[in-house]
Structure formats: structure tokens, C-alpha cells
Design a protein around this ligand. Structure first.
Ligand code: F6P
Length: 346
């Protein structure tokens, strides 16, 4: 078999586990075939600009625990013609793309243009269609849950309502898991429009039971009932007119005004996707990386690696591109959270 030349890029927001997955692809590939890797800088932008470097086997050591990505990221840019040209100029046999939904959309475009593409699902949002889980997600759950834990003790000490804003604009997986894992009293997700009166009722009920604090986990993309029926543009205009920094500040303000309790906002932000991957994500990224190497060896292109009903497998890029995996409103997880006392504002 002739030596393969494989391009590798990461695109979209970084997350813990990216480097572990890159290492997994490389190490397993070195075992399976004669291969050379080309690191493409700045995600798809590097493919458009033709900026890359040939990587030596030694470049992949020490990556298992390293946060961020060794091949810098940029937002997705759909200049397919330029990308095709540089794929050819770089003499690639295959392109491995590590990314979220936007990355998969572009990967599919390239695949449809005849390039040999293999995707790997990374995102702290866990919202890639067709996979039970993405790498990066569980590291972020651990971090966000730790935030909720720590906020619990200070909330208790001061008898405050603490509103914690958790990442996730479209899908609420991270907020759901951190909310359940941290024992939040209220969990607000983009998938379940909330009624602020229900949230206030929950806080007041706790006060009447002599619970002097409340913890509210709010996804970045949470919206109330009124907003949920608005088009995005209208919703943005409404938000701009209200002049809150984000939805969490509005929730806190409304609770404070209605209950008289002091309400504070905590926004852990990008802290949730920084640092070392958890052991779970190191294992998952390694499994996904090794599976991708097998796809390269088998020339099984046009696919993205996935965890399907607990086993590592793959989906066709075309079946995944442009879709989002939302939290199912009637899921067992939501039922569990409700049964154990969490309010979702519905
Ligand atoms: O997709 C990952 C993510 O961290 C989301 O949870 C969040 O909404 C978004 O990226 C933030 O993007 P940026 O890093 O561009 O601010």
C-alpha cells in the first residue's frame, strides 16, 4: 500500500479532548499503515490559504492530557473551491476534520465535492446528530458541576439566589447534566421555554420550607414562553431593548424583584471548555481517534465517527450535516430531574 498523506484540522470552538483525539488518530494510523500527517493551521481557513505543516511522529507525544488544540482553530468558512484546490496542492489522500455542527456541514460539502473526508465529533455542547456523546462534553460537565457545587456553599452562607449561566446556545445538554449533577433547584434549557412565574414559585416554595437559598442553572440559549414563538431577529431586538447582559441577568433581576431575595449571577463562560480532558474524554477521544484511523485505512470516507447505542461506529456525513441533537423534552433525564424536584419553568 502506498504511503498515505492525511490532513488534519480542528474547527469551531476548542474543547478538552481535541489533542487526545488527534493523538488517537495518529498513533493508531502509524500502527495500521504507512502514513504521513499534515497539520492544517486555523481550521478550514488553513485549507483555503494553504497553510500547513508536515508533522513528525514525535509531534503527537504528550497530547493525551493537553487541553485546547495543537492545530489552531478558526470559524468555518465555506470556500469550497479554494479548499478543493489546496487539498490537491497538499497532495492529500484524506482530510480528518475534528469539530462540531458547523465543521460537519463543511466536511459534508467537501465530501460531496469528491474529497476524502472523515469527521470526528467534538463539542462541549453534545449536540451532534447521530452520536450518543461527543468528546469534550463530559469534561465540561465535570467543570460546570464543580461550579454548581462551589456556588451551593456560598449561596447557603448568604441565603442568596444564585443564577449560574452554563454554555449551550441551541442545545441544553450541558446545563441539564450540570444541573442534575449539581442538584440545581431550577434548570432552564433552550428546548423548554420557561414561565418566569413558575421559577419564582419554586424559589418561594423553598423559602416557605426554610430553605434559605436557591440554585438556578440557565443555559445561554434559554428563552421564556413569549420569546420562544418569536423569530430570532425579533427576539434579539427584544433582548437588546431589555438591556440585560444575558438571559441569566434577566432571570436574576426578575426573581429579586418578585421575592425580595438577593439574586446574583455567575457566568463561568469559557472556563467550561478549558484545561485538561477528563479521564472519560481521554478514553472516548482515543477510541474515536483509533476508529477514524481504521476508516482511513479502509478508505471508508464520507463518514463521521460516532458512539451509537454504546458502541463506536460511524454515520455518513450527509446524514448528520445540518442537523442538531436537541435534548428530547420527554426524555428519561428530564423526567428523572423533575421526579427529584428540579423545576424546568414549564
Ligand atoms: O460550541 C461550543 C460553545 O462553547 C458553546 O457552548 C457556546 O455557546 C459557544 O461555543 C461560544 O462561542 P465562542 O467561543 O465563539 O464565544
Amino acid at each position: 500500500m502506498a504511503k498515505r498523506r492525511v490532513g488534519i484540522l480542528t474547527s469551531g470552538g476548542d474543547c478538552p479532548g481535541l489533542n487526545a483525539a488527534i493523538r488517537g488518530v495518529a498513533y493508531a494510523s502509524f500502527n495500521l499503515m504507512d502514513v504521513e500527517f499534515v497539520g492544517i493551521n486555523d481550521g478550514y481557513k488553513g485549507l483555503i490559504d494553504g497553510t500547513y505543516q508536515v508533522m513528525k511522529p514525535d509531534d503527537f507525544t504528550g497530547l493525551l492530557t493537553l487541553g485546547g488544540t495543537i492545530v489552531i482553530e478558526q470559524d468555518n468558512i465555506d470556500k469550497v473551491a479554494a479548499m478543493k484546490k489546496n487539498y490537491k496542492n497538499m497532495k492529500l489522500d484524506c482530510l480528518v476534520t475534528l469539530g462540531g455542527n458547523g465543521t460537519h456541514k463543511t466536511a459534508n460539502l467537501l465530501s460531496e465535492e469528491g474529497l476524502h473526508v472523515i469527521g470526528l465529533p467534538k463539542t462541549i455542547d453534545n449536540d451532534i446528530f447521530g452520536t450518543d456523546v461527543t468528546f469534550g462534553f463530559h469534561s465540561a460537565v465535570d467543570i460546570a458541576t464543580d461550579v454548581v457545587d462551589r456556588i451551593h456553599t456560598t449561596a447557603n452562607s448568604h441565603g442568596r439566589v444564585m443564577v449560574i449561566e452554563i454554555m449551550g446556545n441551541k442545545a441544553g445538554w450541558l446545563t441539564l447534566y450540570a444541573g442534575i449533577g449539581g442538584g440545581a433547584d431550577v434548570i432552564l434549557l433552550p428546548e423548554i421555554p420557561y414561565d418566569i412565574d413558575k421559577v419564582i414559585e419554586t424559589v418561594e416554595k423553598r423559602t416557605s420550607k426554610k430553605r434559605k437559598f436557591s440554585i438556578i442553572c440557565v443555559a445561554e440559549g434559554a428563552m421564556d414562553l413569549e420569546e420562544s414563538v418569536m423569530k430570532k431577529k425579533k427576539r434579539m431586538e427584544k433582548r437588546a431593548a431589555e438591556n440585560y447582559t444575558s438571559v441569566s441577568y434577566r432571570v436574576a433581576d426578575q426573581i429579586q424583584k418578585a421575592t425580595g431575595m438577593e439574586a446574583r449571577v455567575v457566568v463561568p463562560g469559557h472556563y467550561q471548555r478549558g484545561g485538561s480532558p477528563s479521564a472519560y474524554d481521554r478514553v472516548l477521544a482515543t477510541q474515536f481517534g483509533a476508529y477514524a484511523a481504521q476508516l482511513i485505512k479502509d478508505e471508508n470516507y464520507g463518514n463521521t465517527v460516532a458512539m451509537i447505542d454504546g458502541s463506536v461506529g460511524h454515520n455518513a456525513l450527509i446524514d448528520v450535516a445540518g442537523k442538531t441533537k436537541f435534548v428530547p423534552v420527554d426524555s428519561e433525564m428530564i423526567r428523572t430531574a423533575k421526579m427529584t424536584g428540579a423545576c424546568f419553568g414549564d
